[in-house]
Design a protein around this ligand. Structure first.
Ligand code: GUN
Ligand code: ZN
Length: 659
């Protein structure tokens, strides 16, 4: 029912499949009022809508019409329709006259595509006792709904809503319990009060604790989120669906939505965008209109900006610039910036979903960028890499650094025990923002060259880097720090100053490809892959390494765009022989062994295990349960997703090992 097409951090572009058509996610579902609807939302970009089954149920005429003609005809929409259950009315009025079972039955009767059980939206910041009490009812109703749907062979898909107020552990518990059910979608509920009161930081805690415990193969819906200002952030946290009554509620109130916030018509001198409404009318024109005409035009503007933002979010996921978009959006309000800073606490989780290579470069847009998962990943990797005796720290040059650093390197300060440098036993690294230290042998690998930051450093970045280095140099006997590094960053970490202008970084292609292999596949991969009589072939045009052979047999290719290695059959064998199970492996069940060996791509449902370090787009080995190498290829899902998905491809096989 749900497939992932592209990913960036926890954000995903997906396809939600329904009987009434497919929907590209992240998607916005405009809220349709079953009686008062004045705007044809399809015309402005809606592929899916949401309406309220309880409101229909409570109105005798609507109820009869919905039963007779079906929901789609009732609201005149031929695409997929989701219905809500009356829970929101429950949270506002304290009571509804419908039972959980009745609302499930009714939603099936009127032929909704996706129905919802009668969850209890527990408000934020209530007592723990209240949150726990409500949660048990929500869970019990979710179980009842699924059991009832299954026992009656109902056709509709079902939402199971995550509740738990603002208690992170209750959100996790709820998500865990709901994951055990056979629900089709997982909304995250009771977040409207958080958004209305600008508690975006708490929203981050609620969403991250929920999604981290929900299955990856089901769409998640951030219930009641309809302001385009938060779409990018919510999508980056793994939300796939949004619903908006905001477009019409704000319009009723003469307020115009924008990714920069909300504009009151009374304050507008200029129209805020280039949609059909903003280009045709001035604020004075709108103010002069009668209420209904004005409301509809503002609602149309609101829909335009909302759908435009979702297109931008999806494009950002495709190109790998979602976090840059989030960083931009979160600067429109200090509480959003606070939320983004809170997200830094979840970057270990984000890292697990984030592909290692992207089409677009990493842009540093401020000190918050230092906490992004790419930076964290590199710093963790750096701590695992094999170390030489001494370290030379160089100032940044143009990128790739290894190409532009040359000649005499100048004056150095020494930290640690002073001794002659043995160039064979020395690591060379460039100090730069945001990646801290970048070893010159791997500096072409994404994103270590594919990033940009301002030359003028901010104090947070300097402190961040200083803290990292002072910890990192402890691994080395002696560290020589270039005088310009000291000057630029005011690093206080040295004993004395010496003339060391004989130091030179000597490029060595074999050492470089081994270092890249270690960085990519794990320590030891370089020695295993590139042993023997290695010959390196470079591009005549760019001078970059392209093919790596051992006695005429190709072992690996180096991808020009990101400098990652792509294995050949021989390379796959070498990696398999040298790295212990389950490293770099996707393990398939017995049934799919012949298919994999034959070079067929691996479907997610056949995957029984895999290396937890696999990320989408990684080069991986495909093995049987007794670790026979069957094939090799490119992962399309990360390790967590491989465990959760039962449909779609998991690995795009490059080649089977069949002779
Ligand atoms: N609409 C907005 N919030 C909620 C919620 O928590 N539950 C349901 N069912 N609908 C909502
Ligand atoms: Zn507009």
């Amino acid at each position: 029912m749900f497939e992932i097409k592209a990913k960036d951090n926890r954000g995903r572009v997906g396809v939600l499949k329904t009987k009434h058509g497919n929907v590209k996610t992240p998607a916005l579902m405009p809220v349709i009022h079953p009686r008062k609807q004045a705007i044809d939302v399809k015309k402005y970009g809606a592929d899916i809508v949401i309406t309220n089954a309880y409101l229909i149920y409570k109105d005798e005429d609507l109820k009869q019409e919905a039963i007779d003609k079906g929901l789609h005809e009732l609201i005149n929409f031929d695409g997929p329709i989701m219905t809500d259950s009356g829970s929101f009315q429950l949270s506002v009025y304290g009571d509804v006259d419908i039972t959980n079972k009745e609302v499930i039955e009714f939603q099936e009767l009127i032929k909704t595509d996706i129905g919802t059980s009668l969850d209890i939206p527990t408000a934020p910041f209530v007592t723990r006792e209240k949150a726990e009490e409500d949660l048990e009812i929500t869970l019990q109703r979710a179980r009842e709904a699924i059991e009832y749907r299954n026992s009656q062979n109902m056709e509709m898909k079902l939402n199971s809503v995550v509740q738990g107020s603002t208690f992170p552990d209750l959100r996790r518990y709820c998500a865990d319990e709901l994951t055990k059910l056979d629900a089709d979608l997982y909304p995250i509920g009771a977040v409207v009060p958080l958004m209305e009161s600008y508690h975006y930081k708490d929203l981050v805690d609620v969403v991250m604790n929920s999604v981290a415990h929900l299955p990856d193969n089901k769409p998640r819906h951030l219930m009641g989120a309809g302001h385009p200002m938060i779409f990018a952030l919510a999508a980056a946290m793994g939300c796939d669906l949004f619903d908006s009554a905001a477009y019409i509620l704000y319009a009723e109130d003469d307020r115009l939505l924008s990714t920069r916030g909300t504009y009151k018509l009374e304050n507008l001198q200029e129209m805020p965008c280039s949609c059909e409404v903003c280009t045709k009318y001035t604020p004075d024109d709108l103010r002069a209109m009668d209420k209904k005409e004005r409301r509809d035009l503002i609602a149309i503007h609101n829909l335009h900006v909302s759908f435009a933002e979702l297109r931008l979010v999806r494009q950002a996921i495709y190109e790998g610039s979602l976090m840059e978009l989030v960083e931009e959006r979160c600067r429109v309000h200090p509480q959003l910036l606070n939320a983004y800073r809170q997200l830094a606490n979840y970057m270990d989780d984000m890292e697990k979903y984030n592909p290692r290579s992207k089409k677009s470069a990493f842009f540093f847009t401020g000190p918050e960028s230092l906490y992004r998962s790419e930076v964290k990943r590199h710093m963790n990797k750096l701590r695992e890499m094999p170390k030489k005796r001494d370290l030379v720290i160089l100032p940044p040059s143009r990128k790739p650094y290894s190409k532009f650093i040359s000649g005499k390197l100048g004056e150095f300060y020494i930290y640690g025990s002073e001794r002659e440098l043995d160039l064979e036993d020395t690591d060379f690294m460039v100090l730069d923002i945001p990646f801290g230290l970048v070893p010159l042998d791997i500096d072409e690998v994404y994103p270590l060259s594919q990033n940009e930051s301002p030359k003028i450093k901010d104090v947070d970045s300097i402190e961040f880097i200083e803290d990292f280095i002072s910890e990192f140099v402890e691994y080395y006997d002696q560290t020589l720090i270039h005088s310009r590094v000291i000057k630029d960053l005011e690093i206080g970490l040295y004993n004395k100053h010496s003339q060391s202008d004989e130091i030179r970084f000597k490029k060595d292609d074999l050492r470089k490809i081994k270092a890249i292999a270690d960085y990519q596949f794990g320590v030891g991969a370089g020695e295993a892959l590139f042993k023997g009589n290695i010959k390196i072939e470079k591009s005549k045009k760019t001078g970059k390494i392209r093919h790596i052979y051992d006695k005429g047999v190709i072992v690996a290719n180096m991808r020009a765009s990101d400098s990652f290695l792509v294995l050949s059959k021989e390379g796959a064998k070498r990696l398999h022989n040298s790295m212990p199970y389950p490293e770099n492996r996707v393990v398939v069940n017995e049934d799919s062994v012949p298919f994999a060996r034959d070079g067929k791509s691996v479907f997610a449902k056949f995957v029984v295990d895999c290396d937890e370090n696999i990320r989408s787009n990684d080069e991986v080995l495909i093995v049987s349960e007794d670790d026979e190498l069957l094939a090799y290829g490119k992962a399309l899902l990360c390790a967590h997703e491989m465990g959760d998905f039962n449909t779609g491809q998991a690995v795009k096989t490059r080649k089977g090992m069949k002779k």
